[in-house]
Design a protein around this ligand. Structure first.
Ligand SMILES: [Zn+2]
Length: 385
């Protein structure tokens, strides 16, 4: 197999590995040796490539909706439920199967523009799921399910026809009954859900009242029979969970949830810019990490982002860095933690011996650490190995 020795100004990953200058001996897409140029030394019959700038593993966007990669007038400041009704629903209603294919392809392209070659994609339809699988992105496609009361059965049926390796995403505890969640856990497929995203969701689950209930009633879809206990959404889903899963958001938590999420092996996906878009503040991501919960980063859909030409957790890392986040911790969240959340081999997202999922090059950042990369506005290019 072709071997390639890369000499790199600066090589760093989310585990704290950092060598300036660095070197990496690759065989195909596997790392055979990694360290400094001196530690690898002279190797016969190998092509040496000089790479300028900083190289990191490629990034993982653990929660995106690629089938919502569409132009839309800014809807910032809207409440969540009216936003779903007035912004998301019309997009979905208008989309033909061909549109879905094109929109997902655009999402794939915008992900790669920002160095995200691995994505946890939430697919609204099987067409969107297929478009993701036909792309060259790594990751998992989760089919989104909605169903309460007498609609639960059709949601459960949709799971049974899915190809091997596809994930499922019961949308949220207020839109999917306990039966749907139980069937999703029983399916043994990768499982994601939106969880504790808004205070309205917490009120809906605990009290069966508030804006979500009123909204659902107004469009004729409220069903009292959601089957969940009248408790906080995290308590409701962790009570059903028979194995680890991926929970997007977890914005509104109570003290006992940290231990509960940790013990259940839940990966929380924090989508910082999408969260800010809806006016949420003070996400407990640092406390979650301190208490041993795996926290990954996601973008959510392009509709919530201020970067129409790309869709990348790099912008979320920059957003959190500006608020005092630690650069290496953020890189770990956007690589290793994301891979772990998606059930992928996390060693492929750090510089250790073995397969590497991809390499991002920041050509203009020579050897000043990842903090400098985050301070800059440079977008990465993929190093072809
Ligand atoms: Zn989402």
């Amino acid at each position: 197999m072709r071997r390639n020795l890369l000499h790199i100004d600066s090589l760093l990953d989310g585990t704290g590995f950092e060598e300036s200058p660095g070197a990496m001996l690759l065989e195909g897409d596997s790392i055979v040796q990694v360290g400094t140029p001196q530690s690898i030394g002279t190797i016969e019959d190998v092509q040496i490539t000089q790479i300028h700038g900083t190289v990191t593993p490629s990034f993982v966007n653990a929660h995106a909706h690629l089938d919502l990669t569409v132009e839309s007038a800014s809807s910032k400041g809207m409440d969540f439920m009216p936003w779903v009704k007035e912004v998301v629903a019309p997009i979905r209603m208008k989309q033909t199967k061909e549109d879905v294919q094109k929109v997902v392809e655009r999402g794939v392209q915008l992900s790669k523009e920002g160095g995200c070659f691995t994505v946890g994609d939430i697919a609204g339809t099987t067409e969107a799921m297929r478009a993701f699988q036909e792309s060259d992105l790594l990751g998992v496609s989760f089919l989104e399910l909605i169903g309460t009361g007498d609609r639960s059965e059709s949601a459960i049926e949709r799971m049974s026809d899915l190809p091997e390796g596809c994930g499922v995403q019961p949308h949220a505890p207020y839109s999917c009954s306990r039966d749907v969640y139980e069937a999703a856990f029983d399916s043994n497929r990768p499982l994601a859900t939106h969880l504790a995203e808004t205070l309205d969701e917490v009120e809906c689950l605990k009290e069966r009242s508030g804006a979500i209930v009123e909204f659902a009633k107004s469009i004729g879809v409220w069903n009292e029979d959601i089957g969940h206990a009248c408790v906080h959404p995290v308590d409701a889903i962790c009570d059903i969970a028979s194995r680890p899963f991926l929970a997007a958001h977890c914005q509104y938590l109570e003290e006992h949830h940290y231990e509960l999420l940790c013990k259940a092996g839940v990966s929380v996906v924090y989508c910082p810019r999408a969260s800010a878009f809806f006016g949420h503040r003070q996400h407990p991501w640092k406390t979650l990490l301190e208490r041993g919960v795996n926290v990954a980063l996601g973008t959510d859909s392009l509709l919530c982002l201020d970067t129409p030409s790309r869709m990348t957790v790099l912008d979320d890392m920059r957003y959190l860095y500006e608020q005092g986040g630690d650069a290496t911790t953020l890189l770990n969240m956007a690589t290793v933690n994301g891979a772990r959340a998606l059930g992928l081999d996390e060693s492929h997202y750090q510089f250790s011996i073995g397969k590497i999922a991809g390499l991002n090059q920041f050509e203009k950042n020579e050897n000043h650490g990842f903090a400098k990369v985050l301070q800059s506005r440079e977008m990465p290019t993929a190093v072809m190995v």
